[in-house]
Design a protein around this ligand. Structure first.
Ligand SMILES: Nc1nc2c(ncn2[C@@H]2O[C@H](COP(=O)(O)OP(=O)(O)OP(=O)(O)O)[C@@H](O)[C@H]2O)c(=O)[nH]1
Length: 231
């Protein structure tokens, strides 16, 4: 793995603040404009990235989910990196663990992950990040139902809280998640080296970084919280 101190930054090409101010766009529209501008200036990106052989690059992307689910800029960027620059790519979708507190937000996250997977068409891992923030607040057995989404979580609980006119929509969503059965999450605690290493080993496997890599299973104790309290 090579190391590079220089970090190309899209803000050297175009600034979201300038776009919002000059074009009178909101943050989402501005961001889409910036990405479209980047796509028209791929020479800039190629030059900034420079030459890479056996290097491991991380592209830190903005959190606005619309970029990955609604418009085709990401697939175009991915194609450029894959076909022209010959990168081996792996997408990592991060959902923050505090989302588990609200099941509707959690399932919206699951569906966005699914939508991004379908849109990007590259090896993909889903990560439940900031796991330390919910430690001790959820039982291990219960947590497993979130890491490997159990559609019944939605069916049982949401139907009891929503207006009956939404029940068939809830059922359709449950059915969709069940039919596709594509999404599961790897737990991540960014301050914990072993947890980061486990994620990296999945990425290495997805990109065939080292042919002899075996992905590590997250250890049971990493999933363990207090058995007393539930969220
Ligand atoms: N407790 C805890 N905090 C974390 C963890 N990872 C990141 N943070 C903190 O969360 C805050 C927001 O960081 P991120 O979630 O990485 O933000 P970001 O992804 O760059 O933001 P967007 O790209 O705009 O979505 C920072 O203060 C981080 O230090 C973690 O594993 N646990």
């Amino acid at each position: 793995m090579g190391t590079h101190n220089r970090r190309p930054d899209i803000r050297d090409l175009i600034s979201l603040e300038d776009v919002m101010e000059e074009m009178d766009f909101g943050p989402n529209g501005g961001l889409i404009y910036c990405f479209e501008f980047l796509m028209q200036n791929l020479d800039w990106l190629d030059e900034e990235l420079g030459e890479h052989e056996d290097d491991y690059l991380i592209f830190d992307m903005p959190g606005q989910i619309e970029l990955y689910t609604h418009i085709p800029v990401l697939p175009s960027l991915i194609n450029h990196l894959k076909l022209n620059l010959h990168f081996r790519l792996c997408a990592a979708y991060l959902l923050e663990s505090p989302f588990l507190v609200d099941k509707t937000k959690y399932f919206a996250g699951v569906m966005s992950a699914m939508s991004a997977m379908i849109m990007m068409e590259i090896p993909h891992i889903n990560i439940m990040s900031k796991m330390d923030l919910i430690k001790g607040q959820i039982k291990k057995r219960e947590l497993k139902r979130y890491l490997d989404p159990d559609p019944l979580l939605l069916a049982d609980e949401i139907n009891s809280k929503t207006n009956p006119k939404f029940h068939s929509l809830n059922e359709a969503i449950v059915q969709l998640i069940d039919d596709f059965n594509m999404v599961s999450f790897l737990p991540l605690e960014s301050g914990n080296e072993e947890s980061v290493a486990a994620i990296l080993s999945y990425v290495d496997d997805a990109t065939q970084w080292a042919e002899d890599q075996e992905p590590k299973e997250p250890k049971d104790e990493e999933l363990e919280g207090s058995e007393e309290v539930e969220i």
